[in-house]
Design a protein around this ligand. Sequence first.
Ligand code: EPZ
Length: 426
Amino acid sequence: MDRFRIEGGRRLRGTVRISGAKNAALPAMTAALLTAEPVHLHNIPRVRDISTMGRLLAHMNARVETAEPRPTDLTITAEKISGAGAPYELVRTMRASILTLGPLIARLGAARVSLPGGCAIGARPVNLHVKALAQMGAEITTEHGYVEARAPHGRLRGAHIVFEKITVTGTENILMAATMADGETRLDNAAREPEVTDLVNLLIKMGARIEGAGTSCLRIDGVERLHGATHTVIPDRIEAGTFLIAGAITGGELVLNGCAPGHLTAVLAKLRETGVEISAEGADCLQVRAAKKLVAADVTTEEYPAFATDMQAQFMALATQAQGTSVITETIFENRFMHASEMVRMGAHISIDGRQAIVRGPATLEGTGVLASDLRASASLVLAGLVARGETFIDRVYHIDRGYENIEEKLSAVGASIERLRPAQT
Ligand code: EPZ
């Protein structure tokens, strides 16, 4: 398994190009299952979850083509698809495979998808996806680890669904299922994440009739069929946030190109509260300068537009360097503090009390061997390693490869000392 070796203490300076959003690209890829015509997607990040999704769609007989020499362009043609479903071997490595459920049942009237298990950050059930499909008339059984859904007359029917809890992929799945249902579907308490809105925009280009984009009430008027479309996926706000912290934590200065500052409002406000200087340099560009004095700030993760759970671990790395006590409250996932114990091993002062982490700073971090437990935890350990004294070795970086495109190359290009060690070298 690959590891990272990071030599801490370098100030980062330069320009970083932000990639397309993994969590927008994944539903966009499954949306292609809704039509027999080609769907052309631009700004697709080259990360492992995307290639896993490509394999999954190919398993369902869709043609997934990368446009060399532009590997960030993908064309997916799902001319004749099989509903045999998402096998566990693929699903277990990527929970987003559940996003095939809605499109498959909309297109074929039936779907069989392996249930994703829990993961390092929590149990992560899909009961709300299943319940909403049942309200739309699907007959659903969950047996032997698979969810099987069938629309009695080949089509789902529109329904009024009130999500008990805000769910991002749940909203995306039901949105896709509703595009070709009979009649109108109304989704209340829908997720408002920019990735959901990006999917709405793609579906509208494909001929779907959807109102309420960006709000918590989405109304979908089912149509007979959808057609092909061309779409550019939004920039990755979590990658951008991670690089903002990389600039700030190393006492450096970075320019981020190709980002969407409007999707980062809560993160920018929180970073400014700690003293980090951030300025917008045009519509898709941000500049970050380290704080003159970095001070503690409390953070509570919540659904968009509040502070994203996917930025919590990275913010914790920054908090270890801030003057004072930061209280970090995680409200979305029940077990998303695995990185804290690794940071403590590096010398951070963090105590966990249920859903709260109390971080006392500043602490001098020392490089050591640490273990990445999930995607964003890995990113936070990279950030801690960038500021630690001496060498940090991060194991299980396959987690980071799931969602960050060439992170070590992007960091090296702005002055970090980070290298990937392949098994033969470790
Ligand atoms: C999406 O996961 C993202 N994944 C996650 O990003 C992100 O952390 C999360 O949204 C929250 O923003 C993708 O977009 C592919 P949820 P998702 O359904 O949709 C509970 C990353 O690092 N819940 O919004 O799976 C659930 O357990 C990843 O890129 C139910 O109880 O998250 C959680 O506590 C990690 N029943 C809460 O709702 C359900 O049926 C929110 O989960 C569904 C969810």
